[in-house]
Design a binder for this molecule. Structure first.
Ligand code: PEP
Ligand code: MN
Length: 371
C-alpha cells in the first residue's frame, strides 16, 4: 500500500510560536460555558506558547444522557475567544451540518474524531461537505488499531480537495490492561509515516494517557518520534471539567510542561557529528548483515532437524526442548544486559518460523519415496 496524498507543508497553515518548541494546540475537551472557554483561552494565550485553541462543541459520548456538547452556541464563544486572543480555533466535526456551521462561524481548523474515522459513511459525508473549501483538516486515528481506516479517511478528505491535511495520533483501544487510556501503538503512526512521509502527524497525549500525570512522558516521546506537534487538553479548573476531567491540565501546568520539552534535531548539526553517526551506522549495517546470515544458517539446521523428525516419525514440537532453549537463552540475554521481554519475543518469532518450516517439511514426502 502506497499513499499518494496531495498535501501542503504543515508550515503553510500551522507554526510553532517559538522555533525551539513544538506546535501545541490546546484548549478544553469541551466548551462548557462562555466564561470557562474565554478565561481558559486568555490564560493559554498569555503563556505565549500555544499555536491554536481547541474546544469540543459536539461531543461523541459513549452512553446517552451524558453531556453531549454545548452545541452551536459554543461556536460564537470560540469566535469571541479568537477575537480577544488572536488564537486560531479548532473544533471536531462529525457530520455535514457541523462542517457547515463551523465554516459559517469562521473556525480555522477542523478535525475528524476517532469515533468518526471508523465509519467511512461519516467520513464521506464530512468530505462531501468540504468540497471546494480551503480549510485545514486533521484526522484522528480510528478507535480500533486499523491502519486502513485511518488511511481511508485521510484519502476521502484529500479527494475532496483538502490539501492542508494532518493526522492526529490519539492511541487505540485495547483489551490489554495498561497504564494508558488508549494504547499508543507507536508502530501504527510509524507505518502511516512510512506510507506518506510528507503527512504531518500531531500527537494527542491527553487521549492516549487518560490522566495528566503521564502527559509529559508521552509528549516528549512523541517529539522524539519526530511528530510535528501536540494537541493537549486544558481547562481553567480541570477538577470540575464536565468531560475528561482526569486528563486536562491548567494553562499554567501546560506552560510548565512545554518548558520541559526538548525539540531534537532530525539530523546532526555539524560535519563531525554527521561523520560519527555515519560510522556508527556502518557498524550497525555490518551487524545486521551478520544477524541475517546467522538466522539463515539457523533455519537451514532447523530444516535438517525437520527432515530427521519426519524420517523418524518424531513430533515437530517438543515442549521440554523449547523450555530449555528459552531458559538458557534468556539467562544469557539477561547476563548481557538485554531486555528479557525483548529476547523472549525474538526467540518466539524464530521458533515460530522454525516450526513453520518443519511443518512444510513434514508434509513433504521423503526424497527416497518420490519416484
Ligand atoms: C476530543 O478530542 O475531545 C475527542 C473526543 O477525542 P477522540 O476523538 O480522540 O476520542
Ligand atoms: Mn476529550
Amino acid at each position: 500500500m502506497k499513499l499518494d496524498l496531495k498535501i501542503q507543508p504543515l508550515s503553510t497553515w500551522l507554526q510553532p510560536v517559538n522555533p525551539n518548541k513544538p506546535i501545541v494546540i490546546s484548549g478544553p475537551c469541551s466548551a462548557e460555558t462562555e466564561d470557562q472557554l474565554i478565561s481558559t483561552a486568555h490564560l493559554l494565550a498569555k503563556t505565549g506558547k500555544i499555536t491554536a485553541l481547541r474546544a469540543g462543541i459536539w461531543k461523541p459520548r459513549t452512553r446517552p444522557g451524558e453531556f453531549e456538547g454545548i452545541g452551536s452556541i459554543g461556536l460564537q464563544w470560540l469566535k469571541r475567544a479568537k477575537e480577544e486572543t488572536g488564537l486560531p480555533t479548532a473544533v471536531e466535526v462529525a457530520n455535514a451540518k457541523h462542517v457547515e456551521e463551523a465554516l459559517a462561524a469562521g473556525v480555522d481548523i477542523l478535525w475528524v474524531g476517532a469515533r468518526s474515522t471508523v465509519n467511512p459513511f461519516t467520513v464521506q459525508e464530512i468530505a462531501d461537505a468540504l468540497k471546494g473549501v480551503d480549510i485545514p483538516v486533521m484526522v484522528k486515528n480510528p478507535v480500533n488499531p486499523d491502519l486502513s481506516l485511518w488511511v481511508g479517511a485521510l484519502e476521502r478528505i484529500n479527494n475532496a480537495g483538502i490539501t492542508k491535511l494532518a493526522a492526529i495520533h490519539r492511541g487505540f483501544s485495547s483489551f490489554e490492561k495498561s497504564a494508558f487510556r488508549n494504547e499508543p501503538m507507536w508502530e501504527m503512526a510509524i507505518q502511516l509515516k512510512t506510507l506518506c512521509p510528507e503527512l504531518p502527524i500531531i500527537n494527542d497525549p491527553s487521549h492516549i494517557c487518560g490522566n495528566r500525570e503521564l502527559i509529559p512522558y508521552i509528549s516528549q516521546k512523541a517529539l522524539d518520534m519526530d511528530m510535528q506537534g501536540l494537541m493537549i487538553e486544558s481547562h481553567i479548573d480541570p477538577s470540575v471539567a464536565w468531560t475528561d476531567a482526569k486528563q486536562q491540565v491548567t494553562p499554567s501546568a501546560l506552560s510548565e510542561l512545554i518548558n520541559h520539552l526538548t525539540l531534537r534535531h532530525t539530523e546532526p548539526q555539524s560535519r563531525e557529528l554527521v561523520d560519527q553517526l555515519a560510522e556508527l551506522r556502518k557498524q550497525i549495517d555490518k551487524l545486521d548483515e551478520q544477524i541475517i546470515q546467522k538466522i539463515a544458517e539457523r533455519m537451514k539446521i532447523a530444516e535438517k532437524i525437520g527432515e530427521h523428525k519426519r524420517d523418524n516419525d518424531v513430533t515437530i514440537l517438543q515442549v521440554s526442548r523449547w523450555d530449555e532453549i528459552m531458559h538458557k537463552r534468556t539467562s544469557l540475554a539477561r547476563a548481557l544486559k538485554l531486555d528479557t521481554n525483548f529476547t523472549a519475543k525474538f526467540l518466539e518469532l524464530l521458533h515460530a518460523e522454525s516450526i513453520r518450516k518443519q511443518t512444510e517439511i513434514m508434509n513433504e514426502k521423503p526424497v527416497s519415496e518420490v519416484k
